[in-house]
Design a protein around this ligand. Structure first.
Ligand SMILES: Nc1ncnc2c1ncn2[C@@H]1O[C@H](COP(=O)(O)OP(=O)(O)OP(=O)(O)O)[C@@H](O)[C@H]1O
Length: 330
């Protein structure tokens, strides 16, 4: 399978007065053509900073301190802002949580879309307007010929997010990064937007990174899952592997905390106790140590990834102990 992006040992920190906040602490993963990869984790686990690092959107006092981001044969961490501008919004596009931050409230939707389209193509104003109408239709905006002359506030939240998605895909990006694209929307609209993202992904054969704190969304939309915690990857695998055979105590805890829709009466939510760790000069070892019921002394040391299968990896010493026992028995 063709790799669209390869991230290797990415580290991103913020150099604050209090010290170095290690927001992303050496993550590695690939995204293949035509797949949707979910990055899931609690608030503060480093999901957004990881995606902003890919987009070249880390600003002072933040800095990518190590690692490579290989995209179409070039390392994005080595590009300057001018070079990055050619890629951002073009070959890699992003959809954010709040569509209002991406839209200018004072400019008609059509004009905003045309501006983006013209920036990345050789189309004339008229052609760009027609393309904008086509795109609005594609993302399910009714009467796009009329709505194109509306202002953002004349759209509902869900419709605004559709407009943002239309803008993001206007350049046919190879990679779409959607950062909590439905968090601000109500549940029915959420499902519609997620279905749209999935459909566009398969129709356009692009790749998508979907950032969310909601494992239910991952289950319904993604092909593979990256579970992040404390700036690190705890577990990575296909949706089936993570949901049917989770290995990391953190993943297991996250899964337990999802309400089961079918028989919600009897099911109790079991939240993971404790708080997420501080990323200000964090200790070595497993970031989940303090909250893990199964922790052993060894977990204070660095965790290596254990391969459960060619697609399923987990950073947990308990698993390595399990694996070692297995080997010893063998
Ligand atoms: N400008 C900044 N200065 C200092 N620390 C920052 C800055 N931006 C982010 N961080 C820290 O980086 C860490 C990771 O943040 P990030 O936004 O990636 O988390 P997240 O998993 O996306 O959470 P959420 O789901 O709440 O968006 C957090 O501990 C946060 O406090």
């Amino acid at each position: 399978m063709e790799k669209i992006i390869q991230i290797e040992n990415l580290k991103t920190s913020f150099f604050t007065e209090a010290g170095e906040v290690q927001a992303v602490r050496g993550i590695s993963f690939d995204v293949y053509k035509n797949e949707i990869v979910g990055i899931v984790g609690e608030s503060g686990s480093g999901k957004s900073i990881a995606s902003k690092s890919i987009m070249g959107l880390i600003k002072d006092p933040g800095k990518i301190v190590d690692g490579t981001i290989m995209f179409l044969g070039q390392d994005l961490t080595k590009l300057n802002e001018k070079q990055m501008l050619k890629i951002r919004g073009n070959e890699i596009a992003m959809v954010f949580q709040d569509p209002m931050t991406a839209l200018n409230p004072l400019i008609k939707i059509g004009n905003q879309m045309s501006e983006v389209i013209i920036r990345h193509s050789k189309l004339t104003k008229k052609e760009a307007r027609n393309k904008a109408i086509e795109l609005l239709k594609l993302v399910g905006i009714p009467s796009p010929e009329k709505r194109i002359d509306s202002y953002p506030h004349e759209f509902s939240g869900g419709m605004r997010q559709r407009v943002c998605i239309a803008m993001a895909i206007s350049s046919s990006p190879k990679l779409l990064i959607a950062d909590e694209p439905t968090t601000a929307l109500d549940v029915t609209i959420q499902a519609q937007i997620l279905r749209l993202i999935k459909k566009l992904n398969s129709d356009n054969e692009n790749s998508t990174i979907l950032i969310t704190h909601d494992l239910g969304i991952v289950y319904n939309v993604c092909d593979r899952v990256i579970v992040m915690y404390g700036g690190m990857i705890m577990e990575i695998g296909s949706v089936k592997e993570i949901f049917e055979n989770p290995k990391h105590p953190y993943t297991i805890g996250l899964l337990r905390s999802i309400p089961k829709m079918k028989n919600s009466k009897g099911d109790r939510l079991i939240p993971i106790e404790g708080n997420t760790p501080s990323l200000l000069m964090p200790k070595n070892g497993c970031p989940f140590y303090d909250r893990c019921d199964l922790r052993v002394e060894k977990c204070k040391l660095r965790q290596d990834f254990i391969e459960i299968s060619s697609t399923h990896k987990v950073a947990c010493n308990l698993i390595s102990r399990e694996a070692n026992n297995e080997l010893n028995r063998g």
